[in-house]
Design a protein. Structure first.
Lengths: 236, 236, 236, 236
């Protein structure tokens, strides 16, 4: 299939991705260079991502790096974020996503470091994530020593295999931190903000009641389906 | 009894409710659209509530939705908040309240998720809430599958049956989050701010001393009655 | 002994006390009206204190209330803070203090609610408080039912009897919250800020190592005496 | 070897150190005067450090104190920070560092008070610190009673003896708080910010999973070497 590169569309995506990266700072999910957002133009199969090592207060749309799905740089004067191969893996496997976010936000990272999935303890959680937020297994020494960043993407995909990536728009990578995704970069950032807040609420919940378990599935259904899918009644 | 609709009074209430919703943001009780405030005009039996799904930074008084106590929309171009039936239930049963607030504020929601009432551990608590802040039982699958939002209101009313809703101006809905009320929307927001702070203090208190129990009832009396009721000595 | 009222000095004290009350807000120790600062003019034995129930954003120097040490109002159009008798008790007993602060700051209040003294776990603590920060016993039902606010002052004084109020410039009132003092209102506020931070650090310390005990007394001496007393080497 | 004093270079260093001290406030690592930053001019062996007891909002470059490595004051109208002998000890022993920072930042200080090293629970940690962040043993009564501030430096140096101070750019002094260093003052401040965030994440991690252990060494290698050393691929 012939893919068409449209300069205006790419320009718009670079602006959107720059803005989404800055949104991570505004929402206090990152300090220094601890996060990155990308977006994809599905018609041209081009991914736009934050450059590596540039501080957020210097970030401009023209610094964004444009790559194809194999990781070849199409445009850009900077190196792409070192996590780029992870983003690409997710775009290749999750066909309906348009944006990916990685951060080291405090609470979500603490759960990832604790290597513990976040069970669904309330309706705030089930408004966004259907059932638990999974945590990947650890990478093996071979996966770490090999193509580490791609293997990080692969362990995410493997962990999501029995789940629906639309209703579970994020995951914890063990020992590392959260990745989220969405229909575009803006929604992926929104999901990162939500995941961080859910992680904070969950850490408080298990401290207040150490025997707490997940909410009933019928309540998850009610809240998730009230906001998502063709029978959604939420919003206008 | 004939109820009189007074356009100026409704207009004023819409401004007040819009402002009270924005106060939730200023007090850091909500992110995105995670909360809603309503108020009632008791002379006309009209409820004014936040529209559904509109972000706080776009909220304007003219977007507020006006309903009667049965939930019929009297005025407004937006859908009312999806939690509206819960608010209506509270207005029908608690005759002397003028405002209702629902949020997913972090600490109060954590207690609701932990399904644990907040015992009265100090005078900050008893300055506002007489005795414990209750937590509802979980809704049954039938209540969730049926008229869920109204049933949320009904479980609140049922849990409050043996309590005085004036001296206990808020509750935790199990698995969900806090609801508060007051003589008007402004006071209901004030009570939400206080509840969040009490929830935070209580979570710290039980971590510092896991064997802590409630304060003496005579101390609750002293503080609650110093600020409330006909013998109040507090303020001017 | 004849005490002399000096209008200019009282005016200056009212400005200082108003400013010190607003400092509580700036340092995030209080919300709404949850705190109060007073100061004393020792030459005239006049106490200046925050009015009761006035929100901080409306506070002006001319609203401050002037009382003698028996609690008679000498000047002012507002009622004094309801905690005034506690402040007066401290001024009568601790002859060298010039300012008193009461807040419901989150972490210090949590320790007061937990009815647990704050042991000295580090040099930050011993830079300001020599040895533990005490927690009073609970008031008896008789003390609560009687002259409650004065009795709160008395239990503080009783608990401090075997301690030096200069090197222990604050205390936790069980079930209630912290009181601090200092050579003037400004220093008393400074001590409230420090106490809150020490309370936060201590709650984290005992969570990280539940078997932790106080630091060596020789280290307390080193830090406390480096900053205080006639052999202090700290500052200019 | 003859050391050359270059007035312009010293002036520039004073500006840099003043700015680095103010950065501690901006990053919320210090309140009041609870921290200090220094830098060294290795060509002249001159150390520039914050004056003692001056509040941050009054700090100006011309107030910085210039000393030689033995602690003799070369220039300045203020006393140097009381922690100066600790800084000097580090400059004498760690030949390749250019800046030192000491703070009482909340979470790092809590770990120091808990007398517990921070194990490496994730890649955020290993991006900056290779393996654990050590905690010194307590000083002996003799070390405290003697040349306390120099002995604080010596216990740091002793604890670092079997470690590489380049890949472990910071430490917890038991009962006291963190010290960090770097190639210049700016990097040392950066490392203090990172250490505080790692300390917060670690305290949450051990609360979420009390049995958590360090990450695999191969993963530490991957992340640390991706950002540091001659084979670094991170940034531009």
């Amino acid at each position: 299939m012939l893919k068409v590169l449209d300069e205006k569309r790419v320009q718009k995506l670079k602006e959107e991705i720059c803005e989404a990266n800055l949104e991570l700072v505004a929402k206090k999910l990152v300090i220094y260079t601890w996060g990155n957002v990308s977006g994809i133009d599905r018609e041209a199969d081009l991914v736009v991502i934050k450059p590596s090592g540039v501080p957020y207060d210097k970030l401009k749309p023209e610094m964004m790096v444009v790559l194809d799905l194999e990781g070849n740089i199409i445009e850009g004067n900077y190196n792409p974020s070192s996590d780029t191969p992870t983003h690409l893996e997710l775009y290749r496997e999750f066909e309906n996503i348009g944006g990916v976010v990685h951060t080291h936000s405090t609470y979500a990272t603490a759960w990832a470091q604790a290597k513990r999935k976040i069970d669904c303890y309330g309706t705030t959680h089930s408004d966004y994530f259907y059932n638990e937020i999974p945590c990947t297994p650890e990478l093996t020494p071979e996966e770490i020593g090999g193509d580490y960043e791609s293997n990080t993407g692969r362990v995410i995909v493997r962990t999501m295999r029995d789940k629906d990536y639309i209703s579970v728009p994020g995951i914890l990578v063990a020992n590392h931190g959260p990745f989220t995704w969405g229909k575009d970069a803006h929604e992926a950032v929104h999901n990162s903000v939500v995941l961080e807040e859910l992680a904070k609420m969950a850490s408080l919940t298990i401290a207040i009641n150490k025997d707490i378990t997940q909410i009933q599935e019928v309540l998850m259904d009610k809240h998730y389906l009230r906001k998502h899918g063709k029978n959604a009644t939420y919003g206008q």
